[in-house]
Design a protein around this ligand. Sequence first.
Ligand code: HSE
Length: 291
Amino acid sequence: MLTVRAPASSANLGSGFDVFGIALGQPADVVRVERAPETTISVTGAGSRYIPEDPDKNTVGAVADALDAPAHIRIDKGVRPSSGLGSSAASAAAAAVALNELYDRGLSREELVPIAAEGEALVSGEAHSDNVAPSILGGFTIVTADGITRIDASLSLVACLPEINVSTRDARKVVPESASMDDIVETVGHAATLAVGMARDDPYLVGRGMDDGIVTPERAALIDGYDDVRDAALEAGATGVTVSGAGPTLLAVCRPEDQRAVAATMLETFDERGIDSRAYQTEVGQGAQLF
Ligand code: HSE
């Protein structure tokens, strides 16, 4: 039996739509695998009642198929589904790393990324690697058709998850089909600023670089209270706030000394609107870990 912990991730980071991602220190999924003649899946933990255990309908079943690695797979969800925190990617990433090891497939971490992304496709309808890449590799990742660039980054974060449901499929429907050249130029500038900020562990550059006027406003409109919570977080010292993934989590970047105040004000502001939420005070984290 093998156990792997794979972290939640935040992918997009505003200006890096379908390209940028970071692993979070917490929450995380834990997956246990054991060789078996046929794949079976059981799911416990956060939001587990919404996750199918049928291997043909679960991200992890697709990963087991792709690696030709049938197993009894137990998933303990720390990352709630439909949170914008890469929930299905965390399970797929953990399973890919675990089954590769269990069956001695000898694939590198980079080679496991597209395999885990196939599992993701079952849930989101499209295979994106921007969540599975950081979940497997850790740090800050830049995923393009030409490959993955990864750097370690050290940055304090608050991920505030309200009790609102936004499905990835719905959140993809509001993505504009085109953008003006002015918006594209501005977003490229922000994305470049963000990447330099990650390389320098600079929360001000990262916060500024998260600004995005193309996709984020459309998605923010799906999250009740977004503007108020963002403004309150900025007031409390956050250097930038954006929608995490497809939402509804809001991701704030801050200096370590402001993290508690930012988390508290985000929780309070949702609460004032009658919306329950929880806040993870976290940081850019490591990739999947084998125990
Ligand atoms: N980049 C994706 C999105 C993440 O924002 O839709 C979810 O797969």
